[in-house]
Design a protein around this ligand. Structure first.
Ligand code: C2O
Length: 345
């Protein structure tokens, strides 16, 4: 059977260290089912390093408005970070658990990784657009898979011009060096060597070793299963590396990006995950139609709950997020290269 949606009434408020607060969302007994939009206008998520000043100012303003919402509003910026905490740090259990771990909802290390984060960004983006009155607003993506985008994009580093997109709790190395996708750690490599090495990392996880749905997406995870620890190549590789790269070693648990509970407190998380999501779209495009998605109904019928831009609690199914265009967004391709299909030896 599929993992059921969480029961907000049984969300556990005390998770223990390192989580210092409750990340349970407000309870709402009215739940609406998601309906895919009919012919949605296409929103284009820009590469963060190519975004113009007007876009960056709008995104900054949207996040500022999100931060200004009352602390208990599910659209509030901290509440948005709690979503990740609740789904990832053990706050949600489903009933009739076969032991504590069997009943935990965990969206990492299994086939729910890509769909969960796609939905999470979808609602985050809709809320931001709503706050600035722009239904066409689209999140930026941090194009870390291409040499042009490997440095931290300016919108996240210029604390004077874009204060709402800045965060103190970051590894200071991200301000001076390109991301190291191999380990997320520091190295003695030159920027050129890092770029070449990153190319190989991307080629391996997107092409060479990502030959089946399970190797790329992660292992099945069903109701009654213990939480598998079997992430796909992309999650285990570049995704984890960028979290490690950005998390602040001066903080007790690598906050913010270095821990599930705190990752969503840094706006760079959403740019990072937009690129992770973009990797899913690129990988799917390279597959034959009948091999793009798991057809297992335990996968397709897994459900999550999110608050939308009108603070309605929405129940979504994995099956409704497989095609990003059907959700009304795509990724900028203009001026963006995909260098890792063919790397220097
Ligand atoms: Cu839910 Cu990048 O982690």
């Amino acid at each position: 059977a599929p993992i059921p949606p969480p029961d907000l009434n049984t969300c556990r408020p005390n998770l223990g260290p390192p989580v210092p607060y409750s990340c349970c969302p407000p309870v709402n007994t009215t739940i609406v089912d998601f309906r895919p939009p009919n012919n949605p206008p296409m929103r284009t998520r820009p590469a963060a390093h190519l975004a113009n000043a007007d876009y960056m100012a709008r995104y900054n303003r949207a996040v500022q408005l999100m931060r200004n919402l009352p602390a208990t509003d599910p659209r509030n910026f901290m509440q948005q970070s709690y979503v990740h905490c609740a789904y990832c740090n053990g706050a949600y259990f489903y009933p009739a658990a076969q032991g504590l771990n069997g009943g935990q909802i965990q969206v990492h290390g299994n086939w729910l990784f890509f769909p969960f984060h796609r939905w999470y960004l979808y609602f985050h983006e809709r809320i931001l657009g709503n706050l600035i009155g722009d239904p066409n607003f689209a999140l930026p993506y941090w194009n870390w898979d291409s040499p042009d985008g490997m440095n931290t994009p300016r919108m996240y580093t210029d604390s004077r011009t874009y204060p709402a997109l800045f965060n103190e709790r970051r590894n200071q190395q991200i301000y001076t060096r390109p991301v190291n996708l191999a380990t997320g750690g520091s190295s003695n490599m030159t920027p050129q060597q890092i770029a070449n090495n990153n190319c190989t990392v991307m080629n391996n996880e997107m092409i060479r070793t990502a030959t089946t749905l399970e190797t790329f997406m992660g292992s099945p995870y069903r109701r009654g299963n213990a939480v598998p620890n079997a992430p796909g190549t992309s999650e285990r590789g570049s995704h984890n590396a960028v979290h490690r790269w950005c998390g602040d070693p001066r903080q007790p648990a690598g906050e913010d990006l270095g821990n599930f509970y705190s990752a969503g407190r840094d706006p760079i998380f959403y740019g990072h995950h937009a690129n992770v999501d973009r990797m899913w779209t690129i990988w799917r495009q390279g597959r034959a139609n009948n091999q793009r998605d798991f057809t297992d109904t335990d996968y397709l019928n897994t459900q999550f709950l999110f608050y939308d831009e009108n603070s309605r609690l929405v129940r979504v199914r994995v099956a409704d997020c497989l095609d990003n265009a059907r959700l009304g967004y795509q990724y900028q391709t203009n001026g963006v290269s995909v260098p890792w299909t063919n790397c220097p030896p």
